[in-house]
Ligand binder design. Structure first.
Ligand code: SF4
Length: 315
């Protein structure tokens, strides 16, 4: 199967493109996640012609529309960066990306919390790097994260789940867009969506129900926007517990008394923080294989991304 394509700040892959000629290699991203994705490497500062090494820069002015200025010589590279970004983004439209991992803190690549100085040099406010801002404006539904946030287990699990979901979406919508195909996609993602947002599940269900009455281009556009916004909300222990209990109902008639007790105990221990999510999900997958309940067999909630990443061992 074709690998997921993911944009990434070049320095995170170990490329020596930083202002000081160094890199910021991230081993989880490049070496572990890299087994499942093809990276599309982007270094805005090197690619727009500022050279390696180069003078460090910072953001200055209004955090909503800052200027990109060199630290010592005070050269303004804002327009150069903006016009290069517009061109690069047109190229990225053809890359079929399923997300982007940005380098945190960079005045070009940082997606959130980048320091923005006022004219006197005080660092009082936070903003977004110029290329990262342009990317997120151009591709508003694509999942994005940065390297530091990805060290948080919950954010990491959430981001990777979103890129795999987006990849499935891309494959599904790349051929004929029909209401039936959308309904099938939705059916297989119901429990996954529920683990993030009951409200999103309700809204998406209503969209799918209107399927035959809306033009596919609008229907698909509204669906993916609502889906990706819903999946951004973290799947908490409480929400996962609700989904696990919901799944258990589907086994009510087939599990033996012992099996029910064991499953309930495992779910309760997960709910109390005594074991990670992988334990109840593994037990449920065992029962799905054993009893083959139709509704659960194709649910992505039970198998959202490669097990080898062990993301649910830590949440
Ligand atoms: S943070 Fe962005 S601009 Fe800076 S070296 Fe990395 S990829 Fe290049």
């Amino acid at each position: 199967m074709k690998k997921i394509r993911l944009g990434i700040s070049s320095c995170l892959l170990g490329e020596k493109v930083r202002y000081d000629g160094r890199h910021k290699h991230d081993s989880f991203i490049r070496d572990r996640l890299g087994r499942y994705v093809d990276f599309v490497s982007v270094c805005p500062e090197a690619e727009c012609g500022l050279g390696i090494p180069r003078e460090a820069m910072r953001l200055v002015g209004d955090p909503r529309d800052p200027r990109l200025i060199t630290r010592n010589t005070l050269i303004d590279h804002t327009e150069r960066m903006k016009s290069w970004s517009a061109k690069r983004l047109r190229g990225l439209e053809k890359e079929e990306l399923c997300g982007f991992i940005f380098k945190s803190g960079s005045p070009s690549s940082g997606m959130t919390g980048v320091k923005v100085c006022d004219e006197t040099g005080s660092r009082t406010r936070k903003g977004t790097g110029l290329f990262a801002r342009a990317f997120m404006d151009r591709f508003p539904v694509l999942p994005v994260e940065d390297d530091v946030r990805l060290h948080d287990n919950r954010l990491r699990e959430n981001f990777i789940e979103r890129i795999f979901t987006y990849d499935r979406w891309r494959r599904m919508e790349s051929s004929d867009r029909t209401a039936e195909k959308l309904a099938e996609f939705h059916a297989r993602h119901k429990l996954l969506i529920l683990s993030h947002s009951r409200k999103a599940l309700t809204e998406l269900g209503a969209l799918v129900a209107r399927g035959g009455k809306e033009r596919p281009v609008e229907l698909y556009g509204s669906y993916i926007e609502t889906l990706m916004n819903g999946l951004k909300l973290l799947a908490t222990v409480r929400k996962n517990t609700d989904v696990l209990m919901h799944i258990m109902v589907h086994f009510k008639k087939v599990l033996s008394g012992d099996e029910k007790r064991e499953l309930l105990e495992v779910i309760e221990r997960y709910n109390k923080g005594q074991m990670p999510l992988v334990v109840p999900v593994t037990l449920l997958n065992h029962y799905v294989r054993k009893y083959r309940p139709e509704y659960l067999q194709d649910q992505y909630y039970l198998d959202p991304q490669p097990h080898e990443l062990m993301l649910r061992n830590h949440v």
